[in-house]
Write a protein that binds this ligand. Structure first.
Ligand code: SF4
Length: 391
């Protein structure tokens, strides 16, 4: 099926300008309530004809059903009078993204290919560990940034995800893990990383609004300390992210010289390493208890020398950054221009950083048997679709 929307103009790798595009209204004309704040739910109910008092009461009840109980059907809302429930169902909807495909890896990693109501595929991954479970959430369908090591970077940006589609990922994961009603203890889904498809700071308003709902204590209730937003370095938006969202920051650094970072993270040509690290030093709320994570993908003979490791340490010290470094063995995908560094090289790199007093664990590759690298599942699904269409 081809999407019924035109593609966004792609401004190019050097100076990407995110072009916000309006969401396509639902085909059935109903208003989506997921992703709206309590006040906006109340406004929507008022606009549909409820008086002040009713709208306020119903907004509170509906919020509870959506985010505490995980209920998506007005018919199940027992504190709304039975004859009134169809009135809501005709005008409003509480939906999740559609699941196109769900995969489970032998190591427990789960990956979903999801679809927006207007027909665009995107991805979400859940990574269980002994003491936590992390959901990797997408912020856009595709991406403008063309990072060379990233399969998503080879796709065009189709559109920003709406708050409903961002919050909807968390709700879907809760559905799959059987974690309704919301509880504060014993959850499997404990952490969120905005690290899936897309650059979250190029969809700032929607990501902020969605995360506020995810963090609301009277609902999904994830603490801001357990949420990490990962950026490729959209410097002008970083301070606002700290002030208005206040979650942990991760930065896709991946290189320590202009030449190499220009190549693998082309946004570097616009916001260079020094500028980026200055913005990190100014990030509100970063301190030794809440370190900034620097993501560093290990690419053979590209960014993995002892000299690179020493330069990384020098830069972190120069800007006095409360930092930890996450070393990520490259997970190659078909057509990738790079190979993963050898394990001994990764260890040597890690040791140099560790010896300087900065934590630099090597991330264990997860879900390799299920195309778990970002963008791979969507690419594989598109290939399948194309070969079916050609047959
Ligand atoms: S790494 Fe992130 S920002 Fe870069 S192309 Fe991939 S999805 Fe986009």
């Amino acid at each position: 099926m081809s999407a019924d929307t035109t593609l966004m103009p792609i401004p190019g790798a050097v100076d990407p300008v995110p072009v916000a595009r309006a969401a396509v209204p639902r085909a059935d004309g109903r208003v989506e309530l997921v992703g709206l704040s309590r006040d906006r739910i109340r406004d929507a109910l008022e606009a549909a004809g409820l008086d002040d008092r009713q709208a306020k009461l119903r907004a509170k009840q509906i919020w509870h059903w959506i985010y505490n109980r995980g209920v998506g059907d007005f018919a199940a809302m027992s504190d709304i009078a039975k004859p009134q429930r169809p009135w809501f169902a005709e005008r409003f909807v509480i939906s999740r993204p559609e699941v196109v495909e769900a995969q489970v890896s032998s190591d427990g990693t789960r990956k979903w290919l999801l679809k927006t109501h207007d027909g665009h595929d995107f991805e979400m991954v859940f990574i269980p560990d002994a003491d936590r479970g992390t959901l990797c959430v997408s912020s856009q369908v595709g991406c403008t940034l063309n990072c060379r090591f990233c399969a998503t970077g080879t796709m065009q940006l189709v559109r920003n995800l709406e708050p409903a589609e961002i919050v909807g990922q968390v709700m879907l994961a809760r559905d799959a893990l059987g974690e309704w009603p919301s509880q504060s203890e014993g959850r499997m889904l404990t952490n969120i990383v905005m690290m899936g498809m897309g650059e979250p700071l190029y969809n700032f308003d929607n990501v902020r609004d969605a995360l506020k709902i995810v963090m609301d204590g009277d609902g999904l209730g994830l603490s801001r300390r357990r949420i990490t937003l990962s950026t490729s370095g959209v410097v002008p938006m970083m301070a606002r992210a700290g002030e208005e969202i206040g979650v942990n920051l991760a930065v896709s650094l991946h290189a320590v010289t202009k030449e190499v970072r220009d190549e693998i993270v082309p946004l570097n040509r616009k916001y260079g390493i020094e500028q980026l690290l200055e913005a990190c030093a100014a990030y509100p709320g970063a301190n030794n208890a809440r370190r900034i994570t620097f993501e560093y993908v290990m690419l053979k003979d590209k960014n993995d020398s002892d000299e690179d490791a020493r330069e990384l340490v020098r830069l972190i010290r120069k800007y006095k950054l409360p930092a930890k470094v996450n070393l990520i063995p490259f997970n190659p995908w078909p057509g990738a221009a790079y190979e993963c560094s050898d394990p001994a090289r990764i260890r040597a790199f890690s040791n140099i950083v560790f010896e300087s007093g900065i934590s630099a664990p090597v991330r264990t590759p997860r879900g390799r048997d299920i195309d778990a690298a970002c963008g791979q599942l969507k690419t594989a699904a598109e290939k399948k679709r194309r070969s079916r269409e050609a047959a």
